[in-house]
Design a protein around this ligand. Sequence first.
Ligand SMILES: Cc1cc2nc3c(=O)[nH]c(=O)nc-3n(C[C@H](O)[C@H](O)[C@H](O)COP(=O)(O)OP(=O)(O)OC[C@H]3O[C@@H](n4cnc5c(N)ncnc54)[C@H](O)[C@@H]3O)c2cc1C
Length: 435
Amino acid sequence: MHTLATDPAQRHYPPSWYAASAQLLPPFTPLQGDIKTDVCVIGGGYTGLSTALHLRKKGYDVVVLDAERVGWGASGRNGGHVGTGQRADQTSIEKWVGLEAAKGLWQLSLEAVRRVCDLIDEYQIDCELGSGNLHFAAKPSHAGGLQDELEHLETVYGYEQLSYVSPNKISELSSARGFHGALLDNGCRHLHPLKYALGLARAAQEAGIKIFEGTHGRPSSDGSTGEVITQYGRVKARHVVMACNAYLGKVMPRLAGNIMPINNFVIATEPLPSQLLQRINRDNLSMSDTLFVINYWKLSEDGRLIFGGGENYSSRFPRDIAAFVRPHMLKIYPELEWTAIEFGWGGAVGITLNRMPDFGRIGDHLWYAQGFSGHGVPTATMAGHLLAQAIDGDSSGFDLMASIPTHRFPGGTLLRWPGLVAGMLFYSLRDKFGH
Ligand SMILES: Cc1cc2nc3c(=O)[nH]c(=O)nc-3n(C[C@H](O)[C@H](O)[C@H](O)COP(=O)(O)OP(=O)(O)OC[C@H]3O[C@@H](n4cnc5c(N)ncnc54)[C@H](O)[C@@H]3O)c2cc1C
């Protein structure tokens, strides 16, 4: 029995400041019966919606299925940072794929940020787009790393949007405590993630893409046909795109073993007085630090601090997310001791072992892109463009992403947890006690 699918009104976005502040779309009805299309996209986050939109522009007939609602997954819950670069640093990427390919991947990352902005512009998506990111050195030893990174990106990649902020200058930009320098990247952007996802969905609908919510899709696992089975019907397609990322569940163990879903948490404060806002983030930048379990934050349009910090590796969220995240925020902004936390939520991040996304093709009909490792606002958007290009016959960008060596988690889907948890705990202890 699938009671969920027959009653769209019962499907809700998880409570978050994003869901409270976005204008939600009327629910799309579940798929009933059998239909035919060129491409069936499974998953209605940035990857799926961007794939669908880019395919539609090329004249393809496209169907999008989401088991819940569009933007219900990480795309509607994240920190909203639109960062330059890949999730892994360029020096590591150079070692994995060589300098030329690393340069190609760097250019793709810049194009990814541009593509987010272009889509926002083209479809007039009102999603609080802002500019600039300040990345703080959380340990004295990290400050040198940031300076080296700046020099490397300037000299090898010709990237000129970076400047180093020395410890004594930080206070001009932010009252954030405990940092040892920072890198300002004017090429980064930031936005309201759910408004962005819903804007893409609205554009998709207006472009004639059929969207079905409450519709759980299961493709053929070896990609030998383009048929997708759902609770109440089937889609017959020439191509199927898996865009489920950390919410893939048990549908395709073959893909699930390449990524690990980990839970990450975000809080939103009450609206802050303007003087305080000016003090904690003078230029309305997105901000983050160099810890392994990264802290990241930005301001909302209505003057709240949206702060992400802390993660867990279990199947459950902490009972009180606000209490879980608040100490991370207070360590950086002790002056917020008396500030109320009005929202707390969590989401699953799909990480890969080397933090580079996992792109690939199975059989003649099945494509996938996943494992954006906390960098999916630009990269998943870009993935959609590359998937669409590849399906349309030009796979150069897709192949470049797919050429990055990825590894399955040891133990596959069943036994990956103990090793991961031990590894993650080791690094989070290093955050606490290392220099
Ligand atoms: C708390 C948090 C903070 C983050 N912060 C940032 C950040 O600041 N910057 C950044 O770049 N990235 C960030 N990320 C990562 C980013 O949000 C993701 O990489 C990105 O949203 C992935 O998009 P997606 O479309 O691939 O997946 P999702 O948005 O997760 O969408 C997957 C969709 O697939 C659907 N689905 C799953 N299985 C099925 C099925 N069988 N049939 C039909 N539908 C199915 C789900 O319902 C879901 O809607 C963060 C993630 C989290 C959780």
